[in-house]
Design a protein around this ligand. Structure first.
Ligand SMILES: C=C(O[C@@H]1C=C(C(=O)O)C=C[C@H]1O)C(=O)O
Length: 117
């Protein structure tokens, strides 16, 4: 592809500044998306007590991780990074749900099994 007539190569300094500007813009978008995700965790914390569903639903955690790893592979994102990021986000989200639900939090199936049901 031909470059625009006034286009010129960036100096390494200009290119590094451009890299950092681009990262800052992407980080703002990622923060906005994670904030939207957090709003959905807050919805889950409101509805789960009505359904008797605990904060931790392991089958759903496994499904989310599998979906994200598939998306990471398709998009060229390191699967190692995706696994670290989503494992941390999901672990935090479960603790946050538990905190928001407080006394209304249904106990997980594992905990109920420990005292015989
Ligand atoms: C949002 C939920 O609660 C937890 C948080 C999840 C997440 O952050 O994606 C996934 C599974 C849950 O244990 C859910 O059960 O769907």
């Amino acid at each position: 592809m031909n470059k625009a007539p006034d286009a010129r190569e960036m100096s390494p300094q200009e290119e590094m500044a451009d890299v950092r500007r681009t990262i800052d813009g992407l980080d703002d978008e990622i923060v906005a998306l994670f904030a939207k995700r957090q709003r959905q965790i807050e919805r889950a914390a409101r509805v789960k007590p009505l359904l008797g569903v605990p904060a931790l639903v392991q089958e759903r955690v496994d499904e989310v991780i599998a979906r994200v790893l598939g998306a990471a592979r398709r998009e060229g994102l390191s699967m190692e990074l995706a696994l670290k990021l989503w494992s941390a986000a999901i672990e935090w989200s479960i603790q946050y749900e538990e905190k928001l639900m407080g006394d209304k939090a249904p106990r997980s199936r594992d905990e109920s099994a420990e005292d015989g049901g």
